[in-house]
Write a protein that binds this ligand. Structure first.
Ligand SMILES: NC(=O)C1=CN([C@@H]2O[C@H](COP(=O)(O)OP(=O)(O)OC[C@H]3O[C@@H](n4cnc5c(N)ncnc54)[C@H](O)[C@@H]3O)[C@@H](O)[C@H]2O)[C@@H](O)CC1
Ligand SMILES: [K+]
Length: 537
């Protein structure tokens, strides 16, 4: 797994490196050289424009420019001020060095001149704003960002695309859209989430020093990006000595007259994700509708209120059914009512492996008056519990219903409050978003995110079914639940990619993701077993 460090903790690595004799100035030289090396790997590069800012990110850019000049590249630096006028000592020194080495420069050029230069530029190096950036990019950087994005040149960002927050992954107005980001020392969360996914392109980590790896670990990574090899042990090896029950049995509890389709999607997804036996428990009037849709999956009609949601009598029946299954998913399409809150409450207090999704989470929020983290006794259990909230559901669980977590780091923080409520390693929160984090008290694991095609109605119900099926099939310890959940997310994401190929990136419906799940899992398992022979990007 690859560590991800909060930006403020990167400074600890930097000072640790200084203590072992790698100065900031040396780091800047290595950073600039690392960026220049990536430029040289680009096909047919002869002319490069380096846009430099006024801080150390700009310093990296000046070093890169000098390094490229020495390799006979036609390089021009665009800078707001002449080297002599740069305030920061480090950046000024490297800028003057580049100037002495004969690097061409344009100081505070008008927009038209920048556009003209970009017409004959193969590669842009973006070294305007790095981790010291905050707020909105001010002139001239906002203007230059616009010119760079319009240029069509290959763009390599130094550390982080200018205009993007390396911490939050949010970008307010303008932000460089790079083809590649050469990030220094370690991954930062903002590169992996939200706008970061569009802005960074391929991410290359430049460790800069051999001590970096150790220092990063000591600086307490906020998350870990999963590699394929991390999934090797979480799914039981295939065996022919199985029957439909030993392959994992899943109970899906949910549905209402208003939303009958959601549990259907979840149950189908569980079946397509390798659970040998899937059963649906829905309010009584919904049962005949669903049974006619799905001959493979037995549908049980449970006591219902007149509005077509579970009544109070359903809870005990659900709990009995759940005891006979290897995993239970509760929530899809269930609505929030006295009866459904009772069902969720009963399942949580039963010792059954449990996944709570969608309205199951909203019931939990109702049950705890939006303060799940104030109810440790509720989450005290020995069997696995996986919550799969999107950001709004997550917000409702931890008192942020008005302003839900807006970034990956904020979502991870909210998820941590839940898992630490009872300090339980058997709880995992799958905090869903354009980048998803699978958070337990031990770790936050980031699966490779899927395509935007996944953002479609019912896609969350499908993921709930995949997670439940994987929980039912696996025999991992509770410590491995974040990795298991991350694998479920990757299979879901990969299925989304297959579906997008079949139906177009704008044409995917949840049912298409379901149909691709089996093939997606096979393809991923192949790549996990033979990582060298396949290219995941
Ligand atoms: N952390 C490390 O160990 C290393 C950091 N290095 C580089 O140093 C960078 C961080 O350097 P700094 O802390 O100097 O920060 P930056 O270079 O990111 O930015 C600071 C400069 O940007 C300006 N600025 C901030 N917000 C702005 C806005 N909204 N509009 C316009 N200007 C704005 C500031 O006034 C300041 O001049 C990293 O991103 C990386 O590129 C590398 O040199 C190597 C090692
Ligand atoms: K940058």
């Amino acid at each position: 797994m690859q560590p991800v460090l909060n930006v403020e903790d990167v400074k600890r690595v930097e000072s640790g490196l200084t203590e072992v004799g790698v100065s900031i100035s040396e780091l800047m030289h290595r950073a600039g050289t690392a960026a220049a090396n990536e430029v040289m790997r680009t096909d047919d590069v002869s002319s490069v424009t380096v846009f430099c800012g006024l801080g150390n990110n700009g310093g990296d850019g000046w070093v890169a420019a000098e390094s490229l000049r020495k390799r006979d590249i036609d390089v021009t630096v665009v800078t707001p001020v002449a080297p002599d006028d740069i305030q920061g000592d480090l950046a000024r020194v490297v800028a003057k060095s580049a100037q002495s080495a004969g690097v061409k420069m344009l100081v505070a050029p008008p927009k038209g001149r920048v556009e003209e230069l970009l017409l004959s530029t193969d590669v842009v190096v973006d070294a305007m704003l790095g981790t010291g950036f905050h707020g909105d990019p001010r002139a001239p950087f906002d203007i230059w960002i616009e010119c760079i994005n319009a240029s069509g040149a290959t763009v390599i960002a130094v550390d982080v695309p200018s205009g993007l927050s390396a911490q939050t992954g949010l970008a307010s107005s303008r932000c460089v859209i790079a083809d590649m980001t050469v990030t220094m020392l370690v991954l930062k969360p903002g590169l992996l989430a939200d706008m970061g996914r569009d802005a960074c392109g391929t991410i290359v980590v430049a460790p800069l020093a051999e001590q970096t790896e150790r220092l990063v670990l000591e600086a307490d990574p906020v998350a870990w990006r999963a590699d394929l090899e991390d999934y090797v042990d979480v799914l039981a090896p295939p065996s022919n000595a199985v029957d439909k029950f030993t392959r994992g049995s899943v109970l899906v509890v949910g549905g209402s007259l208003r939303f009958p389709g959601a549990p259907l999607l979840a149950a189908q997804a569980a079946a397509r994700s390798g659970a040998g036996y899937v059963t649906l428990a829905v309010p009584e009037p919904v049962a005949p509708i669903l049974q006619s849709q799905m001959p493979e999956i037995p549908v049980m009609g449970l006591p219902s209120d007149p509005d077509g949601t579970f009544s109070a009598e359903a809870a005990d029946i659900v709990a009995e059914l759940a005891l006979k299954r290897t995993a239970t998913l509760v929530g899809p399409g269930m609505r929030v009512s006295g009866g459904t809150v009772g069902v969720v409450s009963k399942l949580i207090s039963s010792e059954v492996p449990l996944v709570i999704d969608a309205d199951g989470l909203n019931c939990l929020a109702r049950l705890t008056s939006n303060k799940l983290d104030d109810f440790p006794e509720l989450l005290r259990r020995n069997e696995p519990l996986i919550l799969t909230p999107h950001r709004r559901e997550l917000g409702r669980l931890v008192g942020q219903q008005e302003v839900p977590p807006a970034s990956l780091t904020a979502a991870m923080e909210a998820a941590r409050r839940i898992v630490w409520t009872d300090g339980g390693s058997e709880i995992t929160v799958v905090a869903k978003g354009s980048a998803t984090a699978c958070v337990s008290v031990d770790a936050a694991v980031l699966p490779k995110p899927g395509p935007a095609a996944l953002a479609t109605a019912g896609s969350g119900d499908v993921l709930g079914g995949v997670v439940a099926a994987f929980l039912a099939r696996s025999n991992v310890g509770n410590d491995d639940l974040p990795v298991l959940s991350a694998l479920a997310c990757e299979v879901h994401g990969y299925a989304g990619s297959i579906a997008a190929e079949r139906f177009g990136s704008h044409g995917v419906m949840a049912r298409d993701i379901i149909d691709a799940l089996g093939l997606a899992e096979d393809a991923l398992e192949e790549q996990i077993a033979f990582p060298e022979s396949t290219d995941m990007d």
